[in-house]
Design a protein around this ligand. Structure first.
Ligand SMILES: [Zn+2]
Ligand SMILES: [Zn+2]
Ligand SMILES: [Zn+2]
Ligand SMILES: [Zn+2]
Length: 105
């Protein structure tokens, strides 16, 4: 069985490692590449708490431009985690940037 590990990031994106081919994998002479057999499998060994840091990642983009927390409405967050609530103690919110959060304007 061919296997391919990937990291599942908190933003939902995945980063795939190079596949591990079993003896049933087929080699394509024309392209010079291996193709995984019918019993392929993708597994994740690690559930990653980080964001993927791809340029097209929505959550990374929110972080870059500043985000408003969907839980407590703290504005201008620039870290992974919320620094709110507004006027409250630091990090009392315990919310991490998610798809429900918005850009701060
Ligand atoms: Zn295989
Ligand atoms: Zn991402
Ligand atoms: Zn918050
Ligand atoms: Zn949120």
């Amino acid at each position: 069985m061919c296997n391919r590990y990937y990291r599942q990031y908190r933003c939902g994106h995945r980063a795939y490692a190079q596949p591990e081919y079993c003896p049933d994998a087929t080699f394509n002479r024309a392209s010079g590449r291996w193709t995984m057999c019918g019993n392929r499998r993708s597994t994740t060994a690690v559930a990653d708490e980080n964001l993927c840091s791809k340029p097209e990642c929505y959550l990374e983009d929110l972080k870059l431009y500043g985000w408003t927390c969907c839980r407590c409405d703290e504005t201008g967050n620039r870290m992974d985690g919320c620094l709110g609530p507004p006027g409250g103690p630091m990090s009392a919110c315990q919310h991490w940037v998610c798809r429900g959060c918005r850009y701060t304007r």
